[in-house]
Design a protein around this ligand. Structure first.
Ligand SMILES: NC(=O)C1=CN([C@@H]2O[C@H](COP(=O)(O)OP(=O)(O)OC[C@H]3O[C@@H](n4cnc5c(N)ncnc54)[C@H](O)[C@@H]3O)[C@@H](O)[C@H]2O)C=CC1
Ligand SMILES: O=C(O)[C@H]1O[C@H](OP(=O)(O)OP(=O)(O)OC[C@H]2O[C@@H](n3ccc(=O)[nH]c3=O)[C@H](O)[C@@H]2O)[C@H](O)[C@@H](O)[C@@H]1O
Length: 445
């Protein structure tokens, strides 16, 4: 092992959002020297001062620990990153393109173009962002053309499977790791970069670049399909007066099916599942295998219908009209334990009810700041009770435990009408009905 290739590689993490900040902090906690890099100076300043710019349980404590250890620093300088790192993780965003289902790769390309000219010695660039298949092969050419070290710089793909809300645990103790590599050297470097995680016995799949890219979109597509499957069953239940919760519980008892990602309700949102299935379908069409994954268009359509059907159910409960009605919207984040409002079903529904003339008041335990920024036209409150004052209907849209813990008898004292729509099948229907509430949920008789 020569001087330029230390046994324990120094790491850079390019893009310090939900994924990158978590990765950088956890790798420093695991004992690596880490440099976090972002183009957003404000974000870098916040992280460097010990502030995690988003809600993620356990992460602020680990950031403090990592900064105190002296192993974690942050910068906006790619020159510094190139000089510092042996392994560079690319964690920038790949959102949906405006006006298209395709992934916007401009941030990935920009990050690689900024880093590569500073790669003067042997180094491994590792993509972690979720990308359309074929991206890694294209970036390999780009990075080797632009890097002074030329072909001494290799590219690998290491897709990330963490969930927001469980990001720390998923990073420190992942179910599996996928290493898309083109050489033994790249495989060895990745194994060195993840040594403490692999020492726990984490299974590794070594494969090629294209397979590694595909594993990620295949996993998210499977999860999205499972959710839309149960929501499709909910639609059938609605038509015949059957109960999708009992149906889901019964399916879940079959080990081959399992109960995870089989929760019916308002459907999936967030910065990943919706854009990833669309980008995958789009990419498959581009390469001539659109037919193979055309079901993903249905998965998307079923999911979008959940939002419209939830609005319809509230309208029905209100007697056919939103105008002049006061509506308590419980939840804004795309799921509990997150402040992420990207493609959040909750805010989509709240906003639609507002546009239809409802006087909508939103409360969320963590996402109010983000929601206010994105939807200033909505009204917000400070607690589940605050927004429910004089409400004609309460609509649960994100299943935070705060909402489950509300006593329906106490809430009955502040509302105008005891009506609740449980958009996430999160509440105990019998308990609410016993307290005199009209309880409704999609797919439940
Ligand atoms: N959020 C999640 O739970 C997970 C996300 N992913 C994938 O990881 C990628 C990142 O997602 P998030 O962290 O959620 O996005 P994000 O939007 O929170 O973070 C992206 C970061 O990249 C920075 N950035 C943009 N252009 C840059 C450049 N040229 N150089 C350096 N930094 C730049 C942005 O300022 C931002 O801080 C996406 O491809 C996503 O699909 C994968 C697994 C989990
Ligand atoms: O690529 C990504 O970024 C990540 O996307 C998802 O993680 P995340 O978006 O954090 O959240 P999930 O827990 O998967 O939930 C996604 C959405 O599905 C909804 N959902 C989930 C499960 C379920 O049974 N029903 C259901 O409607 C949630 O409310 C939420 O809106 C995947 O679970 C991660 O493995 C992946 O790394």
């Amino acid at each position: 092992m020569n001087h330029e290739e230390p046994e324990t590689p120094r790491l850079t993490v390019i893009g310090t959002g939900y994924l990158g900040a978590t990765h950088a902090i956890c790798m420093a906690v695991l004992g690596f020297e880490v440099l976090g890099v972002d183009v957003d100076q404000h974000k870098i300043d916040r992280l460097a001062s010990g502030e995690v710019p988003f809600f993620e349980p356990g992460l602020p404590e680990l950031l403090g620990k990592a900064l105190d250890s002296g192993r974690l620093r942050f910068t906006t300088s790619f020159e510094e990153a190139g000089a510092f790192g042996d392994v560079h993780f690319v964690c920038v965003g790949t959102p949906q393109q405006a006006g298209s289902d395709a992934a916007d790769l401009s941030y990935v390309d920009a990050a690689v173009r900024s880093l590569a000219p500073h790669l003067r010695r042997r180094a491994l660039v590792v993509g972690k962002s979720t990308v359309p298949v074929g991206t890694a092969a294209r970036l390999t050419g780009l990075v080797q053309d632009l890097a002074p070290a030329g072909k001494d710089v290799e590219l690998a793909w290491n897709p990330e499977f963490l969930r927001e809300g469980f990001a720390v645990d998923d990073t420190l103790r992942p179910d599996r790791m996928v290493f898309g590599v083109t050489s033994d050297w790249a495989d060895e470097r990745l194994r060195a970069a993840f040594k403490p995680v692999l020492d726990l016995g984490t299974p590794v799949v070594r494969t090629d670049l294209a397979t590694a890219e595909l594993v990620k979109v295949a996993a998210n597509s499977f999860l999205a399909t499972k959710i839309s499957y149960i929501n499709a069953m909910a639609e059938v239940c609605e038509a015949v007066g059957a109960d999708v919760k009992d149906l889901a519980d019964s399916l879940a008892l079959d080990d081959r099916i399992g109960g995870k990602f089989l929760k019916p309700g308002l459907g999936f949102g967030g910065g990943c599942l919706p854009k990833d299935i669309r980008a995958f379908a789009h990419r498959a069409e581009e390469i001539g295998v659109g037919q193979a994954v055309s079901f993903l268009r249905q998965v998307d359509a079923i999911n979008r219908r959940r939002r419209a059907r939830t609005v319809d159910l509230v309208r029905e409960l209100l007697g056919g009209d939103f105008a002049g009605k006061r509506i308590a919207a419980w939840g804004a984040a795309f799921k509990p334990n997150s402040d992420d409002i990207r493609d959040a079903p909750a805010l989509d529904v709240a906003h639609t009810m507002h546009e239809l003339g409802g006087d909508v008041r939103v409360y969320d335990p963590a996402a109010l700041g983000n929601a206010r920024g994105a939807f200033p036209e909505l009204r917000y409150g400070e607690s589940p009770f605050d927004v429910a004052r004089d409400a004609d209907v309460v609509v649960l849209l994100t299943e935070w435990s705060d909402f489950r813990e509300v006593d329906p008898r106490a809430l009955a004292q502040v509302v105008r009408q005891r009506r609740i729509v449980d958009g996430r099948h999160a509440l105990d229907a019998a308990q609410w009905r016993a307290a005199g509430w009209e309880y409704r949920a999609l797919g439940r008789s």
